[in-house]
Design a binder for this molecule. Structure first.
Ligand SMILES: [Zn+2]
Length: 265
């Protein structure tokens, strides 16, 4: 997990336009038609951007989640002592699928990298580039690789930084440049230009998505990660995060992003 949320108030209705960068009257970006949401571990998405994804799914977006690892190192005080990485992986993958069903996410892709040991490799960049070219999202959602410290109590997990960094490198220049990873052309995967990147967890957010109407959905999705929640109820913390982010735009609950527009609407 990381930290960060915010939001805005007017739910976007109807079928999203292909034009990605349009805004509603409230200034909130309209729901992208096709979204790829990339994270290091099962549960990262639910802690950070689940409200936005739930809102977009209800507005008609097609969303695919990518988990770079399957969370095999995610043991905690609630984990049975006999649990192994191999046994934990299928459990956490199923928890992530359940969370995605709650949100309205269409599909989850697990890349199978080792939890806790992620490196910014060209192999990972190629894997993410392949997914971008195959699924051709208008918008990508990922973390902020420049964030090393959150307050005075949380050192950002190295897997989070790596997943975010390599995702951005796959978005640009790898996905849109024909002669980077030419072997992907042999797989029939033509270049694809992503229009917008929604970066969560930034200390300089400029875009706030109102999640007031879907905060309960975010909480329900997060609670699907039973191996990580144990007896802990995340409601108070998640609600406080959403309220803090929303307060910056006079919203009751929000998730916040640094938004990169890589092409015009
Ligand atoms: Zn994580």
């Amino acid at each position: 997990m990381t930290a960060d949320p915010s939001d805005e108030s007017t739910p976007t209705a109807g079928t999203p336009k292909r034009g990605k960068s349009a805004k509603t009257k409230s200034g909130e970006p309209t729901a992208p038609a096709r979204v790829l949401s990339v994270h290091a571990h099962p549960d990262d998405q639910e802690f950070t951007v689940a409200g936005t994804l739930a809102k977009w799914a209800r507005a008609g977006s097609t969303i695919i989640t990518v988990c770079v690892t399957s969370g095999g190192a995610g043991s905690n005080e609630y984990t049975p002592p006999a649990m192994t990485r191999a046994a934990l992986v299928p459990i956490r993958e199923e928890e992530q699928r359940s969370a995605c069903r709650v949100l309205g996410v269409s599909d989850v892709i697990f890349l199978g990298y080792e939890d806790g040991l992620l490196e910014p490799s060209l192999a990972l960049r190629r894997d993410l580039t392949r997914i971008l070219r195959r699924h051709r999202p208008d918008a990508v959602v990922c973390g902020d690789p420049t964030m090393r410290f959150y307050g005075q109590r949380y050192l950002n997990h190295p897997d989070h930084r790596v997943a975010a960094d390599v995702t951005l490198d796959a978005v640009f220049p790898s996905s849109e440049t024909r002669l980077i990873f030419p072997e992907l052309l042999d797989e029939g995967l033509e270049p694809h230009k992503v229009s917008a990147v929604f970066i969560h967890g930034s200390d300089h957010p400029d875009t706030f998505i109102d999640i007031s109407a879907v905060l309960d959905v975010k909480l329900a999705a997060l609670k699907e990660h039973r191996t990580q929640m144990g007896q802990w109820d995340p409601t108070e913390m998640i609600t406080a995060w959403a309220k803090a982010q929303g307060a910056r735009r006079k919203l009751a609950a929000a998730e916040s992003f640094r938004l990169m527009r890589l092409s015009e609407p």
